[in-house]
Design a protein around this ligand. Sequence first.
Ligand SMILES: [Fe+2]
Ligand SMILES: [Fe+2]
Length: 234
Amino acid sequence: MNNKTYEELISGNQIYQMVTERLDTYSTDIENLKYGEMNNELLDLILDLYDDDKDFPYNKLRKFSISEILGYLQASHKYYLTKKLPEIEQSLLHIFSKYGQTHQLLAALAMFFNSYKTKLVAHIKTEEKEFFPYIKKLMKAEKGELDSNAKAGLFSESSVEDFNDTHDPIEDELKEVSKIIQEFSGKDEMPLPYRIFLNQVELFELELRKHAIIEDHVLVPMAIELENKLKNVA
Ligand SMILES: [Fe+2]
Ligand SMILES: [Fe+2]
């Protein structure tokens, strides 16, 4: 096996593992979908999206139910907060235990990462506490489970457009990590623990980028469609 194939295999596996790992907790309170019930076709398309998002056929993802997309995104949020962030923190702690607090680089990284974590948690919280519940209400309205008053109130309290206007690309800032490390290590070869840390952060950045693409190009258009449909019959 030549080196390139080996590298490709490793990174392909890493992505596959990353995408499927969150399904251990896959469930949604909307249609009581449980682990194992995630549509395989949906999973395959998501893996394709990780591979290449340039010419990705978004229409293909829009044929799934909004609750399936929402369920996947919620499982991802949970996965970031309970698995990915702690893993990255663990590896930062490992660097601390190895180099002590003498490295200036460490102080810079720890500061960066703490503030990043606060922003990411706030980002996810807004989606979980505001945007997703709004979509769930739209779904209820579609099923006729909201009376006309509740329906009218629904459109005055929130909108998909509000979310769209404020949805930041939270992953961009993670590119700073590589800059911070390079700034301090200069031309020297980067020590292994830093390389591991950087690799985790870069994978997480990729992960968050794909996640945002699903939110912006799949969930948002689906929610707008639902919103318009309900407004037209109101
Ligand atoms: Fe999200
Ligand atoms: Fe988001």
